[in-house]
Design a protein around this ligand. Structure first.
Ligand code: AMP
Ligand code: GLY
Length: 427
């Protein structure tokens, strides 16, 4: 089948690499893609939210499956756009409907959903202009630290952890009154701070059945030792030692099963990924957030570890045959380490030429996934904050991370930075 993949990050490069290995994939197109995805298919200059252009492309190129990488098109209703259009209805779209994508698109919606289905999560309040004063009182009475979240999508920047009540009131006011994150922060979820270790679990669902594809821990802070501002993710490891059978059983029973049952009971059309952002508090899993897509850079370890034919899984999911699929996961340790542009997550430069990619290619068992790159004549140049993710396997996390470090030593671009302590707790 002809497949269109939407997105342009490391996640999409990993998907392209995997999808192209499927016997079922004839032509692969990536919109808009990056310099890395171009090795596995044809990049097309269409924005992920330009539904009309996507429609025309799908018709012209006889696309039979659309894999949606990022959340924006899902929250904007790309699934529904395809379903209601007679010329597109036959195309399999991997991702939830707009209603299902609210699990990521609205923090208030997802918190209410968690409450309705008794899913363990942090206590919270929901505020906007109309109950602003109640919100201020809530903050004054609440213990700190306290977490403030813009309700809508804010490009990963809408969560602020406040150390004291004065700071919380300031941020709360900026979010609601000054629309710090635009309309996304017209409504704010105020949440109890949970202390623990985070891990994410990834599931594929048809809205009734589900399969766990893997788990990963990502390292969000820019600085070593988990310091400095949050980023989209500086690296990931999998497996995570505390995610043993006992913990996973708890996750399934208290979080995954009630979620899928809730999706089904509430009639949400959902044929795609659920990303469960979890935190282990003492020995119990709590749900911090849902995302309606795969994570980046989590995909760069979860997908290389997945042995199944991904396109086959998608087709089975679409046909309602997901429950009969046996998921096979590579048991080796896997990590990915992200090389970023100097200055990121603040301001950074683009168009820095990247050297060393050819030197190491094919020399060892490793995968270099491009995140923010583009081809400029015969040069590959940087085109984003996160530039490359280097994925390696090993007998243990330390070995995998050491291999990624060795690969990264061969690559350079002006201002390149990467964390050298990814997986540090698992030495
Ligand atoms: P998000 O943008 O929703 O992924 O949240 C960003 C990060 O904020 C999460 O990965 C956590 O590290 C942190 N966070 C969010 N909610 C909480 C909470 N209730 N307690 C502690 N940390 C949180
Ligand atoms: N790495 C976190 C995310 O994809 O949201």
């Amino acid at each position: 089948m002809n497949i269109l993949l939407l997105g342009s990050g490391g996640r999409e490069h990993a998907f392209a690499w995997k999808v192209k290995q499927s016997e079922r994939c004839s032509e692969l197109f990536i919109a808009p893609g990056n310099a890395g995805t171009a090795s596995f298919g044809k990049n097309v200059a269409i924005a992920v939210t330009d539904f009309e252009a996507i429609k025309n492309f799908c018709i012209t190129e006889k696309i039979e499956m659309v894999i949606v990488g990022p959340e924006d098109p899902l929250v904007l209703g790309i699934y529904d756009f395809f379903i209601i259009d007679k010329s597109l209805q036959h195309i399999i779209v991997i991702g939830p409907s707009a209603a299902g994508a609210q699990l990521e698109g609205s923090k208030a919606f997802s918190k209410r959903f968690m409450q309705r289905h008794n899913i363990p999560t942090a206590g919270y309040g929901e505020f906007n202009e109309s109950n602003f004063d109640d919100g201020i009182k809530y903050l004054e009475q609440h213990s700190t630290p306290i977490v403030l979240k813009a309700d809508g999508l804010a490009a990963g920047k809408g969560v602020v952890i406040c150390e004291n009540s004065a700071e919380a009131k300031e941020v709360f006011t900026a979010m609601i009154k000054d629309r710090q994150f635009g309309e996304a922060s017209a409504k704010v979820v105020v949440e109890e701070f949970l202390q623990g270790i985070e891990v994410s679990v990834f599931v594929l669902t048809d809205g009734k059945n589900y399969k766990i594809l893997g788990h990963a821990k990502d390292y969000k802070r820019i600085g070593e030792g988990d310091t400095g501002p949050n980023t989209g993710g500086m690296g990931c490891v999998s497996p995570v030692s505390f995610v043993d059978q006992v913990f996973m059983q708890k996750v399934e029973k208290t979080i995954i099963e009630p979620t899928i049952k809730g999706i089904h009971e509430e009639g949400l059309t959902y044929k795609g990924f659920v990303f469960f952002g979890l935190i282990k508090v003492n020995d119990e899993p709590y749900l911090i957030e849902y995302n309606c897509r795969m994570g980046d850079p989590e995909t760069e370890v979860v997908i290389p570890k997945l042995k199944n034919d991904l396109v086959h899984l998608f087709v089975a999911m679409h046909k309602g045959d997901l429950q009969n699929q046996l998921i096979e996961i590579d048991e080796r340790a896997c990590c990915t380490v992200m090389a970023v542009s100097g200055g990121y997550p603040g301001e950074y430069r683009k168009n820095m030429s990247i050297t060393g990619l050819n030197k190491i290619f094919g020399q060892k068992e490793m995968l270099i996934f491009h995140a923010g790159t583009k081809q400029n004549d015969d040069q590959i140049v940087t085109n984003g904050g996160r530039v490359l993710a280097v994925t390696c396997f090993g007998d243990n996390i330390k070995e995998a991370v050491t291999s990624s470090m060795e690969v990264l030593k061969n690559i350079s671009f002006e201002g390149m930075y990467y964390r050298k302590d990814i997986g540090y707790e698992f030495d």
